[in-house]
Design a protein around this ligand. Sequence first.
Ligand SMILES: C[S@@+](CC[C@H](N)C(=O)[O-])C[C@H]1O[C@@H](n2cnc3c(N)ncnc32)[C@H](O)[C@@H]1O
Length: 407
Amino acid sequence: MPQHDPRALLKDGMARHQAGDLDGAERLYRKAAASRPADADAHNLLGVVARQRGDARAALRHTGRALALQPEAPVFLANHGGALAEAGELREAVGFFRAALRRRPEDPVALRNLGQALAALGDAGSALEPLGRAAALDPDAPEPRLALAHARREVGDAEGAAAAAEAALARSAPDSALAAQARFLLAALGRAAVPDRAPTGYVRDLFDGFAERFDADLAGGLGYRTPELLAATLRDAGAPAGEGRGLDLGCGTGLSGLALAPLVRRLEGLDLSPRMLALARRRGVYAALHQADLLEWLPGHPAAFDLVAAADVLNYLGDLRPALAGIAGALRPGGFAAFSLEAGEGNGGAPFALGATMRYRHDRAHAAALAAEAFEVVSQSEATLRQERGAPVAGVLMVLRRRGRGG
Ligand SMILES: C[S@@+](CC[C@H](N)C(=O)[O-])C[C@H]1O[C@@H](n2cnc3c(N)ncnc32)[C@H](O)[C@@H]1O
């Protein structure tokens, strides 16, 4: 292959790309772009690689260059839209998906991306049509069906949601992340067994999609108060102020970090969602941020913290035992744990139930009994955590103290 032939370089790059060799593909795409800077395909493919690496900013540079060279190409418009959505620019992304679809109306991926961006913007109603078309155009694909199921659930169509989730499940490998998400949705609709926790892929995708409007929605219209309430209950419980190392579990965009920071000398944050973490980083209240699942991360950090808090996070876990054991293990003796739970009236005596909201509600007495195995239960108080569809979400705030010396 002559190394200077951009077409041959791209062809070889695409073969490597398909084989999963991102580094090899990127090297060849870069060579092609260097030898022919006006090659829009090379820039577009570099954008695809950057998106796969999760580098939305680099992706935007490449897809923007491809579009500048060929502004009418539907593939480039759709890829640029994808990069914008991944960078959290959902409104702009919708414009590019629509522009791509005007030029190529039957593109199932652009239709699905359009539907998912609309749903992430809070307009599930408008997402139904593109998602339905995406599903019809791609009869074997589970992804558009799962996205359609979520949109239908959000508009209150439980029957339709269950049918689409069943269809997604039937098209997924049984132990795939997608199947777990479809089963979780069916469980929330009361049509499948309730798992012990929300699938990590579901939580990550949910908050990645929600990140950009999280602060405005929660602190604004939804009257979210959990971080301030938790910090106040910790102060009331005698937690030291301004000392030690703290961990904000499921820190999200850092609203909870703002409330917790005055309680410790050094605050770290942990979250599953890279886009929530990117916003938390900008807030500047965390000395370190970790992208991880809390159940996996905590056991690797024994007796590392003086305070561990989780505001509006443990409602993505059903069985609290592993989380409480992880928190206890990560605390020094005498250290404080504080978290909110959604209140579980109507659980029928079960320790937890999964609501149609796709969050878990916990039985307060059961949670306190579990906590008492490793902690002194310092306080448990009822609180309104936020509003949802105009109704208050009732919760419990728990403050615990790790048993042992110093306790
Ligand atoms: C409703 S937000 C709350 C964010 C923040 N604590 C606050 O009060 O603003 C829940 C956060 O918990 C994170 N989360 C949920 N389950 C998690 C887990 N198992 N491990 C790590 N993070 C998790 C989500 O990604 C999301 O950012």
